[in-house]
Design a protein around this ligand. Sequence first.
Ligand code: SF4
Length: 377
Amino acid sequence: MDARALAALAANPGCRRRALLDGAGIDKSALARALGSPASFGQSQFAIQRGHSFEARVTADRGEALVRLLHERLRDGSPAPAPDGVDAPDLTAAGPQGRTARTALALREATAAGRWALLDHPMVSLDVAGSPAFLEPDAIVVHPDGSWSVVEIKSFPMVDGSADPAKVGAAARQSAVYALALEQVAARVGELKPDGEPGPDGGGAARTARVRHQVLLVCPKDFSNLPTAELVDVRKQLSVTRRQLTRLTRIEDIAAALPEGTTFDLRLADDGRTATRPVDELTDAVDAVDAAYAPECLAACELAVHCRARSRGAGAVESLGRGVRGELGGLTTVEAVLAAALETDAGPTGDPAVDALRRAAALRAEALAAPGAAVCR
Ligand code: SF4
């Protein structure tokens, strides 16, 4: 599960289907294709490659230019990085657990050193619904004062210091997930003496590891291939993500409620490697886990086309949006809404949603009966 998936999950914590599939490492794009409802979003191969080449350019020279860019944006009086003044620790290790441990050690050492350091593609972990998720930020910068900044590198352009707000918002939510995971590392590192031993310090000033709540968003400048950057405040996204992730049901509990033998394997287990599972079987398996579809899923989840069809098929008002769902109170299906609206003989019910629907239906009928209504129709 990556930070993009976690940010989407945090935006829809009531969806057990997504939590289970992501927790089990199911390829949701392949599942959606097998269900006959392929995802209608995602980056093209060309955009992915362009993003990789821009990122490689930004972090070349051991990240010195990137740290200078961050220092320029900060304007907080911290010392500018000297030539060769940015440490770039080696983060190589085996497996995600090994990389996470190596990153934590590098952060601790860099914090104690009191110098600028750039960690290129570190790895941090976050407990999500009882399972660890390993996350790979583009970069983390350690400041001489012991604080840490998340760096997010994107390939969408920044023109005159501003970029597409929807894309910036998505990047902020993703960065907030990294910051949340980093806060757990910072809490373990705590306060360090200059020699790297835990505080309180006897000699020089101690440095306390802490995560900055402004992330550096780096993008191509004005459609060129040159990097530019702006600081983005992610305090709001951080507190929303923190709250939403604690609301997730444990994945073991979701799995325990499934019928015995439920599987999302796209192949038939007993019929060779290439045979594919019938669509009906897969549909039953997916439908066995509760979903919480909302139109926002279309921009965030590979299963959105499938879930939308099921939601519409069931006449669920959720398919009209969370705002509409909230307004309708106890009316959960389109059928129930129409029945309540068209019951014209009865008086006020005391249910604000039902009474409002009846008023709206009466006004509509009145408007349609007026001269010229055929034009409006
Ligand atoms: S598309 Fe379906 S599985 Fe994905 S978040 Fe929405 S409801 Fe959940």
